[in-house]
Structures are given as C-alpha cells and as structure tokens.
Design a protein around this ligand. Structure first.
Ligand SMILES: [Zn+2]
Length: 173
C-alpha cells in the first residue's frame, strides 16, 4: 500500500486528508460507509449492468460527456469496429498502434490509452485491460481522484475518455 502512494509531482507538503469526504476531514458518516464497503466489497468486474440514471444521466459532468458515454455504451461512437459493423470497411486500424480499433482497445488496451490512465491522479493503479467498457464504469466511478485535481471521488474518468477520443480525432483529421 505504501509503494502505491503517489507523491506530489509539484513538491507539495504532506498532509493528512480523508479522501472519502469532500473537505478532506474525517466524518463518522464516511467512515461508516467505508467500513461497510470494505466488509462487503462489490464484485466490480462481474457487475456489467449500467444504472443509467445514477451512472450517466445524474452524473456530475456536462451534458456533452453524458451523451458521449451514452454513445459509447450504445455502440454509437464511430470507432473503427462500430463502423465496420455498419458496413464501412475504409479503415479499421487504431491511429496510434495499428491494431483493430475496438471501443475497449481505444480507451483501455492501446498503449497510448494505458499511458494516459497511468498518468491520471487516481488513488490506486488501474488494470482495465481485460474488462468491457460497460463493466469498467463500475470500476471507474469508485476511483478516488487525488489532489490537486480534487480531494473527493470525482468523475474524472469520463473526461479522460473524452480526451482520448478527441486526441484520436485530432490525429486522424
Ligand atoms: Zn492502439
């Protein structure tokens, strides 16, 4: 656990911060919820059903991002795989590495995406290499985002996906 701690890249002073609360101060309420979660952890990678209201439509991110996630989950994002399934055979290769560009490849399995995720300020290291995008929502929404971006568990993952997508489009066009 100590080895997984990621020190500040800007040389900030160490401080005690309770990540589950927005203020960074410990509260009995958040402590209770954490102890319950540790006692009975959810099967993160097994759960694949999306709670559309809680996970997408009521999420604390912009409408643009909500529609973006909806498109990904409905296989409506024009990735090469989705275009291939609709009869467009022009190009099926990932712009970064040349492999077949599936949704999971683009956002998680491509070396480019893995580098982006490894640099994100999350409280633990991620391994998204073997799960579907739908299943990843249940993992990503629980990630604690470390300072200086935010103290509490913020929805950083949709923005990372958005950035991976726009970087891909900039490179293509
Ligand atoms: Zn790739």
């Amino acid at each position: 656990m100590i080895m997984s701690i990621r020190p500040s890249q800007r040389g900030a002073q160490d401080a005690y911060i309770w990540l589950p609360s927005k203020s960074g101060e410990y509260t009995a309420k958040t402590g209770y919820h954490i102890s319950r979660a540790l006692k009975d952890p959810p099967a993160e990678t097994q759960q694949t059903s999306i709670n559309w209201n809680a996970d997408i439509w009521l999420g604390h991110f912009s409408l643009k991002i909500k529609l973006f996630l909806w498109k990904i989950l409905q296989k409506a994002l024009p990735t090469c795989e989705n275009l291939l399934n609709r009869g467009h055979f022009d190009n099926t290769c990932c712009i970064h590495c040349g492999e077949l560009e599936t949704t999971e490849h683009l956002f998680f399995r491509c070396k480019f995406a893995q580098k982006v995720w490894s640099l994100a300020p999350f409280g633990k290291n991620l391994d998204l290499s073997s799960i579907s995008f739908e299943a990843s929502i249940n993992v990503l929404k629980r990630l604690v985002c470390l300072p200086p971006i935010r103290i509490s568990s913020g929805p950083l993952f949709p923005w990372i996906c958005w950035t991976i997508w726009t970087a891909r489009n900039y490179r293509i066009f």
